[in-house]
Design a protein around this ligand. Structure first.
Ligand code: SF4
Length: 176
C-alpha cells in the first residue's frame, strides 16, 4: 500500500462508527441469517419453490432464533472487524458436530423454499451437503422444484412415489 499510515488514520473513525451502528451490531450478532426477517417482511423470502415470498415459519429460521439454538461462536474473514460468520453446534445422528453457518442462502434454499421451519434440520442438511461437496442453494432449489412437481402430480412413475412434499420436519420433536 502506498501510504499505510494515512490509510490507517482514515479507516479508524469509520471502524469506530461501525462498532456503534445498530445495524452493524445486529449483523455481527446474527450474520446473514438476519436477512430472513427483513426479506420476509418485504415479501421476498423464497418460499415453497418461489410460489410466495412470505413464510409463516420465518421466525424459527431467522438469525435470532439460530443464535439462540445453534450458534457456538462467531467467525470472521481475515482482519474483518465485523465477524458476521457463525459456527454452529448440531447433532448429526448420534454425533455432536460443529459446522459453519448456515448462511442466509442455505436457510432459504433448504428451509423456507422447501417449507421447512426447523433451523436444526436446515443446519444438518447444510452439513450433509458440505460433506458431499454439494452446493446448498442448488440442492435446496432442486428439492423445492421436485416438491412442487409432486404436489401438482407432474412426476412420473417412481419419482412420484418419493412423496417429496413441502412440510415442516421434526415438528413436535424438539423446540428448534
Ligand atoms: S469480510 Fe467476511 S466476516 Fe467480514 S462482513 Fe464480509 S463475509 Fe462477514
Amino acid at each position: 500500500m502506498y501510504d499505510i499510515e494515512r490509510f490507517d488514520e482514515n479507516i479508524r473513525p469509520i471502524l469506530e462508527a461501525a462498532k456503534k451502528d445498530q445495524e452493524m451490531i445486529d449483523y455481527r450478532l446474527y450474520g446473514t441469517p438476519s436477512l430472513v426477517h427483513t426479506l420476509n417482511e418485504l415479501g421476498m423470502l423464497p418460499t415453497r419453490n418461489f410460489q410466495t415470498g412470505i413464510f409463516d415459519g420465518a421466525e424459527k429460521i431467522g438469525g435470532e432464533h439460530m443464535r439462540e439454538k445453534l450458534v457456538s461462536r462467531d467467525s470472521a474473514c481475515f482482519t474483518c472487524g465485523v465477524a458476521c460468520g457463525k459456527v454452529s453446534s448440531i447433532r448429526y445422528g448420534r454425533e455432536a458436530v460443529v459446522t459453519e453457518g448456515p448462511e442466509y442462502e442455505t436457510i432459504y434454499a433448504l428451509g423456507s423454499n422447501c417449507g421447512i421451519s426447523n433451523i436444526h434440520s436446515i443446519a444438518v442438511s447444510d452439513y450433509v451437503c458440505d460433506k458431499m461437496g454439494m452446493d446448498t442453494m442448488t440442492t435446496g432449489n432442486v428439492i423445492a422444484f421436485l416438491m412442487e412437481c409432486h404436489e401438482r402430480s407432474l412426476l412420473k412413475d417412481r419419482l412420484q412415489d418419493f412423496k417429496v412434499r413441502f412440510r415442516r420436519v421434526c415438528e413436535g420433536s424438539g423446540d428448534h
